[in-house]
Design a protein around this ligand. Sequence first.
Ligand code: GUN
Length: 289
Amino acid sequence: MQILDGKLVAQAVKDDLKQKVTILKQEGKKTPHLAAILVGTNGASETYVASKVKTCEEIGYASTLIRFEDTVDEATLLSKIRELNEDAEVDGILVQLPLPKQISEEKVINTIVAEKDVDGFHPSNIGKMVQGQPAYIPATPYGILLLLDHYKIETKGKHAVVIGRSNIVGRPMSILLSQNSPTGNCTVTLCHSHTKNLKELCLQADILVAALGRPEFLTVDMVKEGAIVIDVGITRVEDKTKKKGYAIKGDVAYETVAPKCSYITPVPGGVGAMTIAALMQNTYQAVIR
Ligand code: GUN
């Protein structure tokens, strides 16, 4: 069993981007600038956004963090997005999800101009991605592809089973894994809460992507010997023995599943680290394009 070390690969991606940004600066070109909008004080969202801003600093990007109270009205938020759309200084815009109930995520996503949609959530980017055209690819699936690519994992002809059909991870992941590309080329089954015989389908998987957000859902009896397991889960579970009062749990029961796999991503240090690296890659592309 080999661990797919997201931390290590993410560092390599970030080091590469750091060098590229130094060159951009030396050539007098524009420094990539990411604007992140955070609404409310959700603990996990706070952590993710702080990490995105910190990574910008590490690489040498400019960043702006814009915060709103969780009572903010939709019009105010949309107006800020339009302002950022027009701001030539800003290359990439992200609005951290989820959003409070009074705000339509769909309207927010549709308001960000596709050229600055470094999350790859805009219908125009999703449409292009589906057709294999150049587009921003949602950061988590993109990060997983970078990880598969780094470890030279052959996907051709393999059966990939993706659990979870979210617009952010499961659905785009299923499409990308089925594309005729070195990191796609699988036969893909997309499973969700209404899938019958989930265990039987999982047992057929050469590549198993767990992205449903239920801690330790995938157990050893659901995994074929030698499978490649990608764990997208990052749920906070109360744990009084930890300083923060919680532990981060993946969707995979790691201790028992890992010995059965050929490759597996740990949590933390797997997919999460890659997501931020992929976002940084998209932000660089926003300048280059
Ligand atoms: N919430 C969970 N994952 C993501 C992500 O990749 N981007 C944004 N904007 N919000 C998220």
